[in-house]
Write a protein that binds this ligand. Structure first.
Ligand code: PAF
Length: 277
């Protein structure tokens, strides 16, 4: 496995490759990330993982400074998973421009975007740059970041990027908590409380599958349960899978998305649910 910091070296190394598979990350890798690498390794082409903690997608007062930088440990895990190249540019390599052009995707101001102004603009901008740097045939993203995945699929479509976007199921701990680099911020009591988020999503999905269309009531009940257990709720929202907008009355393919804070840690999760016609 090669660790590359410069764009020039990355381009020289990948020159002529047509079937590169790409796993963009911000490092501090967990089993979910490694699962993404293993999934695209099976495609047979070279696998590139990027590690870049992207300042553009962190808001003022967010965890950019304390976000764990664990490059040596990340490289060990990536090498064991069969990754061929780790691309770890520094901020000057990524953003040499005095002024950075921002891509602002649709839906950028809803759900997580409403609570993290500028976040999805930062994500879309860095991913578009990374796609142009790595020029992959395939890129893979986890479904835990459901809105991010939706926006990036739209980015690839709308800018006619010749990249196949694969989506991977959310990796979970045995108690249901979605794996996240930020779970490491949780204290022991918070870690014990954290699975409530997925439990409530599962209950709401079961109610919808059983025929409930009272989405507002389900959102309110889940939010109240979280708040009663010490969470600060950003949102619990039932949306249409196809648009991530509020579902029309006949919409059958739904997703329940939630974001809430335990102490200083913001957790997100989601669950798809489809109802019979
Ligand atoms: O999901 C992430 O880790 C980041 O948002 C991404 C896609 C690597 C862009 O910085």
């Amino acid at each position: 496995m090669r660790l590359i910091h410069s764009l020039a070296e990355l381009r020289a190394t990948l020159a002529g490759e047509r079937d590169t598979a790409f796993v963009p990350t911000m490092g501090n890798l967990h089993a979910g990330h490694i699962g993404l690498v293993e999934q695209v390794k099976a495609l047979g082409g070279p696998v590139v993982a990027s590690i870049f903690v992207n300042p553009l997608q962190f808001g003022a007062g967010e965890d950019f400074q304390r976000y764990p930088r664990t490059l040596p440990a990340d490289c060990e895990q990536l090498e064991a998973a069969g990754c061929d190249i780790v691309f770890a540019p520094d901020v000057h390599e990524m953003y040499p421009e005095a002024q950075t052009f921002h891509v602002l995707p649709p839906l950028a101001d809803q759900l997580c975007g409403a609570f993290r102004p500028g976040h999805f603009s930062g994500v879309a901008t860095v991913v578009l740059k990374l796609f142009n740097m790595v020029r992959p045939a395939t890129a893979i993203f986890g479904k835990k970041d459901y809105q991010q995945l939706f926006i990036l699929k739209g980015l690839a479509r709308q800018f006619n990027l010749p990249i196949r976007i694969l989506e991977a199921a959310t990796a979970r701990a045995p108690d249901g908590l979605a794996l996240s680099s930020r779970n490491g911020y949780l204290g022991a009591a918070e870690r014990a409380e954290a699975p409530r988020l997925f439990r409530l999503l599962t209950e709401a999905a079961a109610a919808i599958a059983a025929g409930s269309r009272d989405f507002a009531g389900l959102e309110r009940a889940a939010s109240a349960d979280l708040a009663a257990h010490g969470w600060r709720v950003d949102y619990v929202s039932v949306r249409a899978q196809a648009t991530l907008l509020a579902p029309a009355t006949d919409c059958r393919d739904l997703v329940i998305l939630a974001a809430a804070r335990l102490g200083s840690t913001r957790l997100i999760d989601n669950l798809e649910v489809s109802t019979a016609a």
